[in-house]
Design a protein around this ligand. Structure first.
Ligand code: PLP
Length: 407
């Protein structure tokens, strides 16, 4: 038994803001798709730090790049140039198909920069607004991003900034009637993550591009969760060929190290001028060195290709093995962004999987969301499938029998 058992959990419970509902698990090390707790128990990570560890935990190339850069130069501010930021800007624009990059520290911040570009664009064009987003979307926890998202995350913090409105996803008629000359921007995740792993149809994306062009509105894709190889393409826009004016990215960008980026076409990037946006830490040498290493791994190990093949296997197995189950409504997925929609609330399934040594997650109450590292091995996928299906079977059989399972 570890001497520290429970010690860190108590320290955190006593001193951290009480805002996270955590599992009683203190993790101390990770490698590939596996992590270990302080007692040495091994867990298969089917969540990858919420779509962050695409290259796996502590990928040796990322760890080495961080070690090396930390011994050279950690931070300098954006008053000066640095080699890692220059290299990252070139590599990331090349891999994403966008023209320019702005670096920050998180997904929400990347979206805030996109919102500022959008607002200035609207002001320059004399538009009244709004900025449109999708029902059930999630873009972060800052004021601008909660103003776009679900009421659940904004209701305690009103008044919200004005000038935002939402449309239902994949409803072409609703999109057409919501957009006009005053629309400033359309903000969307090509696959809604927190919203329950809901892919946006290609026809909808094409219509979105067409309407944005017609009304001179900016098309903004939030690829913070679905980007960087996760869906079987380096960025999800590449599946449909519908290219946004602005693309936001974060999570997996630093291979686990915090960094975000707002990527834009030349025209959209040029909307902001000197002094109108910035950040102290954004694009610091250490974060950029980690991101350069992570991007090289994604490219050199063809993690997008791996995600496509592995995702196809997982979805096929899940569909075949749950056929006829009245507890599973739908299995959907693109690459290794997979949702298994249940007919009951998934929280007990997550608990059950944890008992069986697998870290998982449930989005939108009923959708088991699988986001494993893209380097997950065949035997780990099979273990994940067995544990998930056993857990659904065990929890599903309780639905209706105990008050707790019905919550
Ligand atoms: N956008 C999407 C699609 C996300 O899934 C998230 C986080 O889950 C964010 C934005 C916010 O990113 P961060 O938590 O790094 O601010």
């Amino acid at each position: 038994m570890s001497k520290t058992k429970g010690m860190f959990q108590k320290m955190e419970n006593d001193h951290h803001f009480d805002i996270y509902k955590r599992y009683s698990l203190t993790l101390v090390k990770g490698s590939g798709s596996l992590v270990w707790d302080e007692q040495g128990n091994e867990y298969l990570d089917a969540l990858a730090g919420i779509a962050v560890n695409n290259v796996g935990h502590c990928h040796p190339k990322v760890t080495e790049a961080i070690r090396e850069q930390a011994g050279k130069l950690i931070h300098i501010s954006n008053l000066y140039y640095s080699e890692p930021q220059s290299r990252l800007a070139e590599l990331l624009t090349g891999m994403s198909g966008m023209d320019r990059a702005f670096f920050c520290n998180s997904g929400a911040e990347a979206n805030e920069a996109a919102l500022k570009i959008a607002r200035k664009h609207g002001n320059l064009k004399g538009k009244k607004g709004p900025i449109l987003s999708m029902d059930n979307c999630f873009h972060g926890r800052t004021f601008g991003t909660i103003a776009m998202g679900k009421a659940k995350y904004s209701k305690s913090f009103e008044p919200m900034p004005s000038g935002f409105d939402r449309v239902p996803v994949n409803d072409l008629n609703a999109l057409e009637s919501a957009m006009n000359e005053d629309t400033i921007a359309l903000f969307l995740e090509p696959i809604l993550g927190e919203g329950g792993v809901v892919p946006v149809d290609t026809a909808y994306l094409k219509k979105a591009r067409e309407l944005c062009d017609k009304y001179e509105a900016l098309l903004i894709f939030d690829e913070i969760q679905c980007g960087l190889g996760r869906t079987g393409a380096v960025y999800a826009w590449m599946h449909s060929g519908v290219k946004p004016d602005i693309l936001t990215t974060a999570k997996a960008l630093g291979g686990g190290f915090p960094i975000g980026a707002t990527l834009a076409t030349e025209a959209a990037a040029s909307i902001l001028s000197h002094g109108e946006h910035g950040t102290t830490y954004g694009g610091n040498p250490l974060a950029c060195a980690a991101a350069v290493a992570a991007l090289n791994v994604i490219r050199d190990e063809d993690l997008a290709g791996q995600a496509r093949i592995k995702g196809e296997y997982m979805v096929k197995e899940l569909r075949e093995r749950t056929e006829g189950w009245d507890t599973v409504k739908e299995v959907r997925g693109t690459g290794l962004m997979i949702g298994v929609e249940l007919t009951f609330k998934g929280a007990p399934v997550v608990e059950k999987m944890l008992e069986k040594g697998v870290l998982s997650n449930c989005a939108s109450d009923t959708v088991m969301r699988l986001l494993p590292p893209l380097v997950i091995r065949q035997e780990e996928m099979d273990r994940l499938l067995d544990v998930l299906l056993d857990s659904i079977r065990e929890c599903g059989s309780l639905v209706g029998e105990t008050p707790q399972a019905e919550q």
